[in-house]
Design a protein around this ligand. Structure first.
Ligand code: SAH
Ligand code: SF4
Length: 340
């Protein structure tokens, strides 16, 4: 049996048609789920008793449990226990522009980036659509608040779980659903070229962020194995095509790792690599983790990297650091919890 929160509006319409009902039932049910946030089929007051009985037979409506919650300055971190006792995390960050939720898309990740906890642990499985939706619903309920932005930057590679992630975005985006504007949603990818191509054809207004983290194949190969499959000479032209097709500004994420990718030469190489693209660089201070040896760049090197990019007319920001006190980097809380 499938969980009701895994259905897009369109697939729920198909369901109702398949049981001989009118498809507008789907809109009613969506409003109960996502506007009024009921937690049982019986509360859907304008739906006929027989239809409710039918739905109860066909759908589950259960929630992952909150296993742990940590609160820091402007940050809330949640760990969820899934049906099969796997764990994923989600982090809510309070920015001046809104409340941004970082969701997980997989249990672990097969991309194997050397600096990343989720990569160290490998992929166990994809998250189902409902498991992504319910991270948001549970946290909104727990904090009695509304989330304004969603970033797919938790555990997992979103483009390695393409279909479920697209359905998740669909439900987030639907007016009758969670009604979050596409421009308030950001997908972050390590650079799976064929999926970026597929994604650009959907013409969604969703933001795309690329985890670049290095200006040359030589360095990128060392820290991101995906670069051997899709090296820079394939990735960069694809991204240029993306910008041209969608007319949207791209984000490059760049973690600064001490002595690895934070030299002045790296900054200059990066500037040349992305020159002229409608893109900006988000420099990320590395969140050190207990199980991995990389160190965060020294403050003066972060500043030098930033100024060098500026000098070369690259738009650049340094990401505000959130919640190192709550193990906020991707996968850290899960690791601590499971290995404790
Ligand atoms: N798999 C996708 C999305 C999840 S990772 C991707 O790689 O883009 C989200 C971001 O967090 C990526 O840019 C990733 O490189 C970064 N990240 C991973 N571990 C980190 C750490 N310890 N400190 C800071 N950023 C980290
Ligand atoms: Fe996977 Fe992203 Fe971590 Fe790389 S950085 S291992 S792609 S979650």
């Amino acid at each position: 049996m499938k969980n009701i929160y895994g259905y897009t509006l369109e697939s729920l319409e198909q369901y109702f048609e398949s049981i001989g009902e009118k498809k507008f039932k789907a809109t009613q049910v969506f409003e109960w789920l996502y506007k009024k946030r009921v937690k049982s089929f019986d509360e859907m007051a304008n739906v006929k008793k027989e239809t409710i009985a039918h739905m109860k037979q066909d759908f589950l409506m259960d929630y992952p449990k909150i296993a742990a919650k940590k609160v820091g300055k402007d940050v809330y971190k949640y760990l969820f226990t899934l049906d099969d006792y796997e764990h994923v995390e989600a982090v809510l960050m309070l920015h001046d522009y809104g409340k941004s939720l970082c969701v997980s898309t997989q249990v672990g990740c097969n991309m194997g980036c050397k600096f990343c906890e989720s990569g160290r642990r490998k992929k166990v499985r994809n998250l189902k659509t409902q498991e992504m939706i319910l991270q948001l619903l549970q946290i909104e309920e727990d904090l009695n608040t509304r989330i304004t932005h969603v970033v797919l930057m938790g555990i997992g590679e979103p483009f390695d779980n393409y279909e479920n992630v697209m359905d998740f975005i669909d439900i987030l985006n639907t007016g009758k659903g969670i009604d979050l504007g596409a421009r308030h949603i950001t997908i972050s990818t390590s650079g799976i070229v064929p999926k970026i191509k597929q994604f650009m054809e959907t013409k969604k207004q969703v933001n795309l962020a690329i985890s670049l983290h290095a200006p040359t194949n030589e360095i990128r190969n060392q820290i991101m194995p995906i670069n051997q499959a899709y090296p820079l000479e394939e990735l960069l032209p694809t991204l240029k095509e993306y910008i041209k097709k969608t007319n949207r500004r791209l984000t490059f994420e760049y973690i600064l790792l001490d002595g690895v990718n934070d030299t002045e030469t790296c900054a200059i190489q990066l500037a040349h690599l992305i020159k002229g693209m409608n893109a900006y660089v988000n420099l990320i201070p590395y969140n050190e983790t207990s199980y991995i040896e990389f160190r965060k760049s020294k403050d003066e090197n972060i500043t030098r990297f930033f100024t060098t990019l500026k000098k070369h007319n690259i738009q650049v920001t340094i990401r505000k650091e959130f919640g190192s006190e709550v193990d906020a980097a991707c996968g850290q809380l899960r690791s601590k919890y499971e290995e404790a």
